[in-house]
Design a protein around this ligand. Sequence first.
Ligand SMILES: NC(=O)c1ccc[n+]([C@@H]2O[C@H](COP(=O)([O-])OP(=O)(O)OC[C@H]3O[C@@H](n4cnc5c(N)ncnc54)[C@H](OP(=O)(O)O)[C@@H]3O)[C@@H](O)[C@H]2O)c1
Length: 217
Amino acid sequence: MRIGIIGGTGGIGEGMALRMAPFHTVVIGSRETEKAQVCCRECEEILMKKGLSCSLIGKTNQETVDFADLVILAIPFKFLVPTLQELKGLEGKVVVSPVNPIEKTGEYFSYVPPSEGSAALLARKLLPEGTQLCLAFNNIAANRWRDLDDPLEYSVAVCGDDMGAKRKVMELAAGTPHLRPLDAGPLAVAPLVESLTPLLLNLGRFNRMKDVGVRFF
Ligand SMILES: NC(=O)c1ccc[n+]([C@@H]2O[C@H](COP(=O)([O-])OP(=O)(O)OC[C@H]3O[C@@H](n4cnc5c(N)ncnc54)[C@H](OP(=O)(O)O)[C@@H]3O)[C@@H](O)[C@H]2O)c1
């Protein structure tokens, strides 16, 4: 599967690229080609030191959409609207939102969803008809993705209205060692998954725990 990561130069994008590139062709997308290519070289070096071969390409965000079968929106919530308004050709693709609309007020994090109810529901409104949108990977911290010595012993809640797309996203998660994908229902329940993240951040902060995640048994 050809995985494209919009904003793949960021914390979670680069971490996901590191974990997925040994198993898939991964395109790291950026607003700047040069930045994407530098990020690819850095990831290749990290993986090579671990003795892992990989398939990584750096492109603009639009070229990433054009090339990929599955597109991950690894951008901060505040850039979701302008980014989706700019990108063309997402219809027919599987699109994954790990986006969490959260804010820090003083000492704690809060869930601050848009009027649509969640980031994924806002994305659904903006994406062209025929886009197969799913939500996944919202509750795993970027540092955990990046630390390749640390097994990702987490559950991945996956939401979506298209069963075929959801299956592909669950397969992608299951192909990443130790991750356990779970069907969390339709996209309508996206607020429940997204709002878990500020809870995890607050638990980490107030209990001096690092990069708290979830595992459902
Ligand atoms: N960080 C985490 O631990 C974590 C965990 C779970 C979910 N998430 C979610 O994943 C998403 C990405 O988080 P992140 O921490 O990886 O974000 P980030 O590092 O702050 O940013 C990701 C990328 O967004 C791009 N970007 C910056 N300004 C932009 C703009 N004005 N327009 C379009 N793109 C812009 C940049 O790529 P270029 O400059 O290369 O274009 C940047 O590398 C967020 O929605 C977050 O809620 C994050």
